[in-house]
Design a protein around this ligand. Structure first.
Ligand SMILES: *[C@@H]1O[C@H](CO)[C@@H](O)[C@H](O)[C@H]1NC(C)=O
Ligand SMILES: *[C@@H]1O[C@H](CO)[C@@H](O)[C@H](O)[C@H]1NC(C)=O
Ligand SMILES: *[C@@H]1O[C@H](CO)[C@@H](O)[C@H](O)[C@H]1NC(C)=O
Ligand SMILES: *[C@@H]1O[C@H](CO)[C@@H](O)[C@H](O)[C@H]1NC(C)=O
Length: 369
């Protein structure tokens, strides 16, 4: 057989060649599935910027550990003009003080867009002014001022548990900045991602409607799963806070021994539950149109979580069709969530580290725009 003939191949050789290529493709996929990572950049390659910090108002209990870790951070500087960013935490803006608050924001002296303010605006909502009473002259100007300040000032970045939290009736225009992991979580030991789970999908929450009618997804979920008969799927939606001990429901913590955990738009889009899901190494399934996910600058959540349109909650079969059943895929995704937790969620210090690194990545994005 000449060398030439061998290269061209007989039918058998071509078949062998095809099998060999298929084998490579198959084993590469296997490797990929078991080493799925959502970290966009190896954390060691990311530096932590310097920052100055001002905390206004009394922090709620659940924010205290994060703010203490931030205040104690070695990159904190006393001199705001020398620091990379000026972080200002606004713990709560009383509704009747919105106008004064916006005036104060407008008076902040300009900083460079490369060394911005990071405004942590917790509990500041403008839905009434901008949507509910949008036709009222009284609110028109206030809404316009807010929009200009929040969207147009190049030296402002924002930090929140959902960057759209100020406008629950607008799912398409989150503020620019960094999403931080929800506070107030129950401390859960991570469930071993290689061990079998008790449940496939779980949810436990109160049947809250979205503020200003921004969502009815929990109501739809309750209806879609009513009478659903599968022990591996536990969807518990209580009518009121007082029934959280509903008879028959598994203990809250045990629900996270689940391949997937739902979290759904309640009063607002973000939930305390999201942090608990990640800390338990369960795969998050978010039903909250317009939600922004934590540390998006560092984490590619599409690798190991699901963001499903709220309308899909109207049909349980349709919702479940989004979730993979393959044990290898589930395990790889749970490992991927465990890694995010270990890197950026597990302690207040790690959350602060993720926050500061995200700020730096976000400012670099600004620079390259
Ligand atoms: C703060 O930093 C700026 C810029 O680096 C510098 O010009 C200024 O002197 C510093 N102020 C104080 C009080 O150290
Ligand atoms: C999770 O559930 C599995 C299956 O029921 C059980 O074997 C395992 O012990 C549970 N894990 C924990 C940490 O409770
Ligand atoms: C919310 O919607 C319901 C009907 O779906 C309506 O009766 C109610 O007035 C609305 N509430 C607000 C605050 O708009
Ligand atoms: C839910 O979706 C499935 C699959 O698309 C469909 O067969 C079923 O009729 C739907 N159920 C309802 C109640 O709409």
């Amino acid at each position: 057989m000449s060398r030439h003939r061998w290269m061209m191949g007989s039918r058998g050789a071509r078949l062998w060649m095809l099998l060999w290529i298929l084998n490579i493709v198959y084993s590469t996929n296997k490797v990929r599935a078991s080493s799925l990572s959502a970290l966009r950049v190896p954390p060691a390659q990311l530096s932590t910027p310097t920052f100055a910090l001002k905390v206004l108002g009394e922090p709620k209990d659940d924010m205290r550990s994060f703010l203490l870790a931030l205040a104690a951070h070695e990159q904190r500087e006393a001199n705001a003009s020398a620091a990379h960013s000026a972080i200002i935490v606004f713990n709560y803006v009383e509704p009747k003080r919105k106008r004064a608050f916006l005036t104060a924001l407008a008076r902040l002296p300009e900083r460079s867009v490369h060394r911005p303010y990071v405004l942590m605006l917790l509990g500041f909502n403008m839905d009434e002014e901008c949507f509910v009473h949008a036709s009222s002259m009284r609110f028109e100007k206030l809404c316009k001022t807010a929009r200009e300040l929040l969207y147009d000032r190049g030296d402002f970045l924002f930090a929140n548990f959902d960057l759209g939290d100020t406008f629950l009736l607008d799912d398409n225009n989150p503020l620019r900045g960094v999403t931080i992991p929800p506070p107030g979580y129950r401390s859960l030991p991570p469930f071993d991602p290689d061990a079998p789970t008790r449940y496939f999908l779980t949810f436990r929450g109160i049947r809250n409607l979205g503020y200003y009618n921004s969502s009815r997804v929990r109501e739809h979920l309750a209806r879609a799963f009513a009478g659903w008969n599968d022990d591996r799927i536990q969807i518990w939606i209580d009518k009121s806070r007082f029934r959280l001990g509903a008879r028959g429901a598994p203990p809250y913590d045990e629900l996270f021994n689940s391949s997937f955990s739902l979290t759904a738009h309640g009063h607002g889009r973000w939930t305390f539950r999201f942090s608990e899901i990640v800390m338990a190494c369960s795969i998050p399934v978010y039903l909250a149109d317009g939600i922004t996910l934590p540390f998006d600058q560092l984490v590619d959540w599409s690798k190991c979580s699901f963001l499903i349109p709220e309308r899909e909650a109207e049909n349980a079969t349709q919702l479940l069709a989004h979730l993979p059943n393959d044990e290898h895929i589930v395990r790889a995704m749970r490992h991927c969530i465990c890694e995010i937790n270990a890197q950026y969620f597990a302690t207040p210090e790690k959350r602060v580290d993720g926050f500061l690194k995200s700020i730096l990545v976000e400012t670099k994005r600004t620079r390259s725009r």
